[in-house]
Design a protein around this ligand. Structure first.
Ligand code: NAP
Length: 287
């Protein structure tokens, strides 16, 4: 019997997850299909009940449900619980178990594709939503010197810090507007700037916008945009001119997706094929 997996969130027009997961299922000749299930907040609980069906192996969760989904699942893996966000759900005989593969994908991409190690570095995170939770709790384990979080709603940034019981690392919080104001000057020049907002994402009103201006980026900063469609966002275009050091969201997408594939199938993910198919689809999409 054909099995199903997919992704829930809204919007999903930009998502490359169907391309990379279907390429991995085809590689292993598995009769599994990955679909995009665009879902409104009001439909979320009904959608989850539909997905308990036996022929659904599991699914991914994206913007804006990575936190709100947690209360609708039967069990949360300890690592995802610590982070406070779920991006992958496994259906184990109608029991829905939440995992977080974003954290692993984020760090693997930063180290392997960005060549960056966080120990003793100054880091600026933009955003305090579901992906920031994964990013922030991962970074804390890597012992950076300082972390600054800039978010539109400052309360959410404070909550992130309280939930993580931070010790021994200097943390600063800013409103995003404050970061972008003309009066802003860095307390700590960032070695790494990470965009964890959807600003710059394709098929949205903010596609042509960068979350920060040129003056926030220093000559030494690596700029890491979690947004992967388009491959070169407005933020990365600015960073390319200013520091020349950029990392897009595609490697993270592949690594988090590979970890999800392994959870659903127990099989080795064909990472190179997943990369190639997603890159090709993005190139067509971006041309
Ligand atoms: N490459 C990958 O594998 C990967 C993995 C995960 C996520 N992502 C991408 O990362 C992005 C964020 O995802 P998420 O799950 O963290 O989303 P989310 O939970 O909805 O959080 C979004 C964050 O962005 C802020 N934000 C949203 N729109 C804004 C705007 N117009 N101006 C200022 N701030 C704004 C929100 O601020 P408030 O707190 O004030 O609402 C919030 O902090 C998405 O584009 C997603 O596709 C990529």
């Amino acid at each position: 019997m054909k099995k199903y997996t997919g992704i829930i969130g809204k919007p999903l027009g930009h998502s490359m997850s169907p391309v990379l997961q279907n390429s991995a299922f085809a590689y292993h000749r598995l009769d599994i299909v990955y679909e995009a299930w665009e879902t409104d907040l009001t439909e979320l609980s009904n959608r989850i009940e539909q997905l308990r069906k036996l022929n659904v192996l599991g699914f991914n969760v994206t913007v804006p449900f990575k936190e709100s989904i947690m209360g609708l699942l039967d069990e949360i893996d300890i690592h995802a619980k610590e982070i406070g966000a779920v991006n992958t759900v496994v259906n184990n005989n109608n029991k829905l178990i939440g995992f977080n593969t974003d954290a692993k994908g984020f760090l693997q991409a930063l180290e392997e594709d960005g060549g960056f190690h966080c120990t003793d570095k100054n880091i600026l995170i933009i955003g305090a939503g579901g992906s920031s939770k994964s990013v922030f709790s991962t970074l804390l384990r890597e012992k950076p010197k300082t972390i600054t979080i800039a978010n539109r709603s400052i309360d959410k940034a404070h909550k992130l810090i309280i939930e993580n019981h931070v010790k021994d690392i200097e943390i600063n919080i800013l409103e995003l507007d404050e970061l972008n104001s003309l009066n802003y000057s860095h307390k700590h020049i960032p070695d790494l700037i990470i965009n964890c907002t959807p600003i710059g994402m394709r098929y949205t009103d903010e596609e042509k916008i960068s979350p920060v201006g040129e003056r926030v980026i220093s000559e030494k900063s690596l700029v890491y945009d979690l947004v992967y469609n388009p491959m070169e966002t407005e933020l990365l275009k600015i960073a390319k001119k200013k520091s020349g050091k950029t990392l897009g969201g595609l490697p993270m997408l592949i690594y988090q997706g590979a970890a999800a594939f392994e959870l659903w199938t127990g099989k080795y993910p064909p990472i190179e094929i997943m990369f190639e198919k997603a890159k090709n689809a993005l190139s067509i999409n971006n041309s």
